[in-house]
Ligand binder design. Structure first.
Ligand code: FAD
Length: 319
C-alpha cells in the first residue's frame, strides 16, 4: 500500500507555484482519473508533457520531502476516499515514431495507441496488448501482459527519471521483468519514453490477430463498466499448466460471484474482477476485496496478493 509521510503543504505549494505557476493544482479530484471512478482528491497535482519537465519537477520535489505518485491511465489503482496527501503527477508524455522495426513511444501514450500504431506500420509483437487499459508507462511498471505476451518481451530500452530528477536511458536488463513485476517497483523511477523492437509482418495478419484477441477479451472482461481488471495476482505454481494458479479460479471455487458491498460487486463473467456499479466508494471496493481474500484464506490457506495498487490511507476510510 502506498502511504504518505508528513510534509509542509504551504512551503511546498509556494515553491512549486514559483516554478510551475498555475500548472500546480490543489485539491484535484482523482475519481475521473482512474477506471474505478472512485477516490478523493490530491493535495497537489501536475500534468507533465515531457521528460525534461518531469525531471525539473522531481528535482524540486526531492528537496521538499513530498510524497509523489505517478498516475498513468489509472487502470490499476484503487485510491482511498480520503485522497492522496502528496503530489500526483499525471504522465501525459506523448508521441509515437518508428524507425525500421523499432517504435519509440511516449510513456503517457495509451497502450492501445501503441498497438494501433504498430498495426498501421505493419509491425508485429504488441498484438497481445490490445484491449489492455492504461498507458505504456503503466504497462512497463507492472510488466502488463495477456495471451502469452508481456511488455518486457518487446521493450529494448527506456528513458527513466529517478527520484532525484536525473534522466537516463536504461536497457531492458535493468528492468528485471518478471510476472507483473519490474524493478521500477523498487527503484521508484518514472518512465518517460520507451523503445520497442518489433518484427515486420503483414498488416492484415497483424490486424487479424488483434481482432481475434479483442473478441476473446470482450467475452471475459467488462466493457463500459468501472473496474481495474484483475484485482488479485495469480499465484506462481510450477505444477500448473502456465506456471500459475489462477486467483480467479480460487475465487470462483469459494463462490464470490454473488458477493457485494454497497455498489461494489464481483463481475459475473470473472470472479477476480470487481466492479463499481455506480456510486460505490473505494472503501466498499476494499471491503469486498478483503471479504473475497478471507474466503480464499479460509478454504485454501492461500493469501491472495493485490495486483491493483492501493493508494492513500485506507484506515482513514474506516474499513
Ligand atoms: C478492463 C481491464 C482489463 C485489464 N486487463 C489487463 C490485462 O489483461 N493484463 C494486464 O497486465 N493488466 C490488465 N489490466 C490492468 C491495467 O490495465 C494494467 O496494469 C495497466 O498496465 C496499468 O497502466 P496505467 O497507465 O493505467 O497505470 P496506473 O493505474 O495509472 O498506475 C499503475 C502503477 O504504475 C505506475 N506508473 C504509471 N505510469 C508510470 C510511469 N510512466 N513510470 C513509472 N511508473 C508508472 C503508477 O505509479 C502505479 O504504481 C486491466 C485493467 C482493466 C480496467
Amino acid at each position: 500500500m502506498v502511504k504518505e509521510s508528513s510534509w509542509d503543504f504551504d512551503t511546498s505549494f509556494s515553491l512549486l507555484k514559483g516554478h510551475f505557476g498555475d500548472r500546480i493544482i490543489t485539491g484535484r479530484p482523482l475519481s475521473d482519473l482512474n477506471t474505478f471512478g472512485t477516490g478523493g482528491t490530491a493535495s497537489l497535482f501536475m500534468e507533465v508533457k515531457s521528460g525534461e519537465e518531469l525531471a525539473r519537477l522531481v528535482k524540486v520535489v526531492a528537496k521538499l520531502n513530498i510524497p509523489i505518485f505517478m498516475l498513468g491511465g489509472g487502470s490499476n489503482v484503487l485510491i482511498a476516499d480520503s485522497g492522496f496527501d502528496g503530489l500526483i503527477i499525471k504522465n501525459s508524455i506523448c508521441g509515437l515514431e518508428h524507425d525500421g522495426n523499432n517504435i519509440s513511444c511516449g510513456a503517457g501514450e495509451e497502450l492501445q495507441a501503441l498497438v494501433d500504431y504498430a498495426t498501421q506500420c505493419g509491425l508485429s509483437g504488441v498484438e497481445f496488448a490490445t484491449g489492455i487499459w492504461g498507458t505504456v508507462g503503466g504497462a512497463v511498471f507492472g510488466n502488463a501482459g495477456a495471451y502469452g505476451g508481456e511488455i518486457g518481451n518487446v521493450l529494448i530500452s527506456a528513458e527513466v527519471v529517478d527520484r532525484q530528477g536525473n534522466r537516463r536511458e536504461e536497457k531492458v536488463g535493468y528492468f528485471e521483468f518478471s510476472y507483473r513485476w519490474s524493478k521500477l517497483k523498487v527503484t521508484g523511477d518514472f518512465v518517460t519514453r520507451v523503445n520497442f523492437a518489433l518484427k515486420a509482418g503483414k498488416k492484415e495478419e497483424i490486424q487479424g490477430r488483434v481482432d481475434e484477441i479483442m473478441t476473446m477479451r470482450r467475452e471475459k472482461f467488462p466493457i463500459g463498466l468501472n473496474s481495474a481488471g484483475c484485482f488479485f495476482k495469480n499465484i506462481p505454481d510450477k505444477t500448473q499448466k502456465f506456471g500459475k494458479l489462477s486467483a480467479g479460479k480460487l475465487l470462483e471455487d469459494v463462490g464470490v460471484k454473488t458477493l457485494r458491498c454497497g455498489d461494489a460487486r464481483v463481475f459475473e463473467n470473472h470472479a477476480n474482477i470487481l466492479i463499481n456499479e455506480g456510486s460505490a466508494k473505494s472503501v466498499d471496493i476494499r471491503k469486498l476485496a478483503n471479504l473475497m481474500k478471507e474466503k480464499v484464506r479460509q478454504k485454501f490457506g492461500i493469501d491472495l496478493q493485490e495486483e491493483v495498487i492501493l493508494l492513500g490511507n485506507f484506515e482513514e476510510d474506516s474499513l
